[in-house]
Write a protein that binds this ligand. Structure first.
Ligand code: UDP
Ligand code: MN
Length: 269
């Protein structure tokens, strides 16, 4: 049987830091699956070296080099560049089944049971729950699906300018077709729930298996004080310190030493 993998994406060094933390969190919770990171050409050599130590496969995806269909599509919609990069995950056909996870997610418990689910299983988006959030989803790599997705993308674009719009447009019956493809929110708990439904967060937040730092402020946008074990940043930081602190604790204890080894005295921020 072909192997199964968790897949993430980083097109630059900031998201690469997120991918490193995600990869470490999957390893710490003893996943038995392969770990794959898709990277763009702008990821530095040093960051690549660290990613190689955490992931089983580091695959460079250059949208402009990825064949005629993608090339032509890109020419018409350069704004969809990052979106196209995420769709590349469908080309990982040496795996039978995969879970895609955004680089701004953190695993806080083993989630290998997700592989019992089928393609396009995903959790609802907190902003519009009839759409699935594309930060965590199951998929079956297939060049045929990849081709269809690219075609859909060129013909219809993305209603939100990103991958989530494309994927919800393409897999448009997700809300109603099959309840088995609705993942519980605890597999993609966005920190936004803290502001939108605080009592539910207090009641269920501790059950979360995957935390998603969705939105403009990413964990790496804040500054961390390792001696005080505190996160500094804007007001948001103080309302969700626990989750951010978990991310930073893992980053500073396990990722920073690897970065220092690669970068030496050069700054890596
Ligand atoms: N991404 C990336 N480079 C970018 C933007 C996004 O590699 O410049 C990847 C990364 O894996 C990220 C995912 O695309 O987690 C989706 O973007 P983001 O998480 O920023 O969107 P949000 O979850 O906040 O809607
Ligand atoms: Mn995200």
């Amino acid at each position: 049987m072909a192997q199964q993998a968790f897949v993430t994406l980083a097109t630059n060094d900031s998201y690469a830091r997120g991918a490193m933390v995600l990869g470490k969190s999957l390893r710490n919770h003893k996943t038995s699956k392969k770990l794959v990171v898709l990277i763009g050409p702008h990821v530095s050599d040093q960051a690549r070296a660290v990613l190689h130590k955490i992931f089983d496969e580091v695959r460079l995806v250059n949208v402009l080099d990825s064949g005629d269909t993608a090339h032509l599509a890109m020419m018409k919609r350069p704004d969809l560049g990052v979106t196209f990069t995420k769709l590349h995950c469908w080309t990982l056909t040496h795996y039978s089944k995969c879970v895609f996870m955004d680089a701004d997610t953190l695993v806080v418990s083993n989630i290998d049971e997700l592989f019992d689910r089928e393609e396009r299983s995903a959790a609802p988006d907190p902003g519009w729950p009839d759409c699935f959030n594309s930060g965590v989803f199951m998929f079956r790599p297939s060049n045929e699906t990849y081709g269809k997705l690219l075609q859909y993308c060129t013909e219809h674009g993305s209603f939100d300018g990103g991958d989530q719009g494309v994927l919800n447009g393409f897999f448009s019956d997700w809300a109603t077709a099959d309840i088995n493809k609705h993942l519980p929110f605890i597999y993609n708990m966005s920190s936004i729930a803290i502001y939108t439904y605080l009592p539910a967060f207090k009641q269920y937040g501790a059950n979360a298996k995957v935390v998603h730092f969705l939105g403009q402020m990413k964990p790496w946008s804040y500054t961390y004080n390792p001696t005080q074990r505190g996160v500094r940043g804007d007001a948001q930081a103080s309302s969700q310190p626990g989750l951010l602190l978990q991310w930073w604790a893992l980053y500073s204890a396990e990722v920073v030493p690897m970065l220092i080894r690669e970068y030496g005295d050069q700054p890596f921020n």
